[in-house]
Design a protein around this ligand. Structure first.
Ligand code: HEM
Length: 204
């Protein structure tokens, strides 16, 4: 077999030949999308990455929160810093997501054929709110416990009390650190593939 036959047929560069996944990264963006308003989705993603990185650190090495027992007391002040990063990334995640939604709405980018991208976005927003509540309850301090009791009342009033017991701490923590983030990652993957396939919408 000659070396020629081992080459990828459509490769445009040595990097792309070795990593065809690079094709997923756009080579250029339209002029109208070259501004901060079109970067809001990217900022949201950046905040999610910070959330994931700081969250994984806290699960592995402790959060520095007095309610959590950590096997690494020497890391306490750094863990406290990581916890603050997690908190602030969560605030900015919600803020950027909402501003991104407004950008998409006011440029009319939700219209055909991008309805599914929009609906995946709505699902992500609902998931983000639920994950935020679960994270807040995971702090397990007085205010968090009060919110858990209020949320329990709400669920009971909606006849959904047996669906999710927000007073079950291990359940809430497990949902917050494992289940919710994985669902979010799955939704984001579909969101990004659709954006890549449709391209960025031309504004009104
Ligand atoms: C986890 C949260 C989210 C992330 C990380 C995210 C990320 C992105 C990114 C990177 C883009 C490319 C263009 C841009 O940045 O403006 C985009 C486009 C889009 N997003 Fe999101 N998004 C999120 C939530 C949402 C929400 C809440 C909605 C609406 C309910 C939404 C609807 C859309 C639509 C319709 C597009 C296509 C816009 C166009 O073609 O101009 N996204 N998203």
């Amino acid at each position: 077999m000659s070396s020629y036959e081992t080459q990828a047929p459509n490769a445009t560069s040595p990097q792309q030949e070795r990593l065809p996944i690079l094709e997923a990264v756009p080579k250029s963006i339209p002029r109208y999308a070259n501004g901060i308003l079109y970067g809001l989705g990217g900022f949201t993603l950046l905040c999610f990455m910070l959330l994931a990185a700081s969250g994984i650190y806290m699960v592995a090495l402790g959060s520095g929160h007095p309610g959590f027992v950590s096997g690494h007391p020497e890391l306490a002040s750094f863990s406290h810093f990581v916890r603050a990063v997690h908190y602030w990334s969560a605030q900015f995640f919600m803020l950027f997501m909402f501003l991104h939604l407004l950008r998409v709405f006011f440029t009319g980018a939700y219209r055909r054929p991008r309805e599914v991208t929009w609906m995946i976005g709505v699902l992500m927003m609902v998931m983000a709110i639920i994950t935020g509540l679960l994270g807040y309850i995971s702090r397990a301090d007085w205010s968090a416990q009060w919110h858990a009791v209020s949320a329990k009342d709400l669920f009971n009033a909606a006849h959904a009390g047996t669906l999710l017991n927000v007073l079950d701490y291990p359940l809430v923590f497990g949902l917050h650190v494992a289940v919710s983030p994985l669902i979010m990652i799955g939704l984001m993957a579909v969101h990004f593939v659709l954006i890549r396939l449709h391209g960025v919408a031309r504004p009104y």
